[in-house]
Design a protein around this ligand. Structure first.
Ligand code: ARG
Length: 243
């Protein structure tokens, strides 16, 4: 009888703990990627993704707990269960799909080539061959520059998109390869920079990543994302961050 009681007590405690932890959704991101996620002047992590995942969590009756880390460590943080999901401008790729699952796409992007306004060496994709390209570590821009465009990234890989941009500003790199919306943000910030037109890069789609064994969470996120699109929250965020 005593044993049974102890067992029931233990079970009750476990259930309470599970219920308490279920209230927070741990979100991994890299706040070096404005306007999707960045640290604002007050030291607060904010941006399109942060507000989107907060709205999604709200629909799920959960609270967001942000874990800010380097982009190249995010997939490992997810698969090792340090976080429940990633919402960080992450492109859905076949390589990543081998280790994690993605929710429905929430944003369409492409890679942009950022150069100095007075650049006179890069006019086409072919011109990128052998050029020094500044990139953010572990991003699709990084892999594309290195593997597809034949750029030299030997000493121009950065943890922060801003540091990569500074390389172009300072003439240390010939160009920077980064997601278009982030590139647009950077050329607004540094007025010597511009985005090359007509580069015709492949289209990418961002998705929230979850673990492969989190099918239930994935369904809930997809339902909440649909609801956030339905009720106008998504459009309001697009207008706030991209217009
Ligand atoms: N879309 C690109 C990728 O998936 C870049 C994402 C970088 N995101 C960030 N928060 N630093 O690789």
């Amino acid at each position: 009888m005593k044993k049974l009681f102890a067992l029931m007590l233990a079970l009750a405690m476990m259930l309470t703990a599970a219920a308490a932890s279920a209230e927070s959704l741990k979100v991994g991101l890299n706040a070096e990627f404005a306007p999707f996620e960045y640290v604002d002047d007050d030291g607060k992590i904010t941006g399109f993704d942060v507000e989107l995942i907060t709205a999604i969590a709200e629909k799920m009756g959960m609270e967001v707990e942000i874990e800010n880390m380097y982009f190249d460590g995010l997939l490992g943080a997810l698969t090792s269960k340090m976080v429940d999901c990633l919402c960080t401008g992450m492109t859905i790729t076949e390589e990543r799909k081998a280790s994690v699952d993605f929710a429905d796409p929430y944003f369409t992007a492409t890679q942009a080539v950022v150069v100095l306004k007075d650049n006179d060496t890069i006019h086409s994709i072919d011109d990128l061959k052998g050029k020094k390209a500044a990139v953010q570590d572990g991003t699709t821009g990084h892999f594309m520059a290195q593997d597809d465009l034949g750029c030299d990234v030997s000493d121009t890989v950065y943890k922060a998109a801003t540091d990569a941009a500074l390389d172009v500003v300072n003439g240390r790199a010939d160009c920077m390869i980064i997601d278009d919306a982030v590139a647009q943000n950077l050329v607004k910030k540094y007025d010597t920079l511009t985005i090359l037109e007509g580069m015709d890069m492949p289209v990418e789609e961002y998705g929230i990543a979850v673990n492969k064994d989190s099918a239930e969470l994935l369904t809930k996120i997809n339902e909440a994302l649909a609801a956030v699109k339905e009720d106008g929250t998504y459009d309001a965020l697009i207008a706030k961050y991209f217009n």
